[in-house]
Design a protein around this ligand. Structure first.
Ligand SMILES: CC(C)(COP(=O)(O)OP(=O)(O)OC[C@H]1O[C@@H](n2cnc3c(N)ncnc32)[C@H](O)[C@@H]1OP(=O)(O)O)[C@@H](O)C(=O)NCCC(=O)NCCS
Length: 140
């Protein structure tokens, strides 16, 4: 992801999350977070998804994975997550973790398919509706 991608990323973001990240958040991730890696998925130059990870020593923390709604269900989320995990491994990560909303069946199913296990609950992790977050992890 580059700075000039942010306009299109914000469209994916707003179509995908009830608590979307701001332009500034992405700007800071790209320019001020040495641990962050963000990957975009393009269809003929149009950004249709993105994924992000923070890699700190041997642990990767997936921040976000999102696909534009009209492109979902075509194994693109799976491909994107695989790529993000691949990059994390190249940079030395040995495990990956993330949080996911209890109600997010598609994402939980995707993560399970990729070998993630459910490791714990963060109570009321999501501030918009006080929903719990499930912590998932996988050995890479
Ligand atoms: C989660 C998300 C990235 C999945 O992307 P996608 O391209 O539609 O998913 P894929 O087509 O690659 O599906 C891969 C696997 O995910 C799971 N999955 C995807 N959509 C699903 C659905 N509607 N219901 C249940 N499982 C689903 C399945 O395990 C699927 O494997 P299968 O097709 O062999 O059953 C997409 O739904 C999305 O952008 N959601 C909004 C943002 C979000 O919630 N991100 C995760 C934050 S933690």
């Amino acid at each position: 992801m580059r700075e000039e991608d942010i306009d299109q990323i914000l469209i994916v973001e707003h179509e995908s999350f009830t608590l979307p990240w701001s332009r500034e958040a992405f700007y800071n991730e790209l320019n001020h977070n040495q641990y962050a890696v963000y990957i975009v998925l393009e269809d003929d130059g149009k950004i249709i998804g993105y994924g992000g990870v923070w890699i700190v020593l041997d642990e990767a923390h997936i921040t976000n994975i999102a696909i534009l709604p009209q492109y979902r269900g075509r194994k693109l989320g799976e491909a994107l997550l695989k790529k993000v995990l691949e990059v994390a491994m190249e940079k030395g990560a040995e495990t990956a973790t993330l949080e996911v909303r209890v109600s997010n069946t598609p994402a939980r199913s995707l993560y399970r398919k990729m070998g993630f296990q459910e490791g714990g609950i963060r109570k009321k992790y999501y501030t918009d509706n006080q929903e719990d977050g499930i912590v998932m992890w996988v050995k890479l």
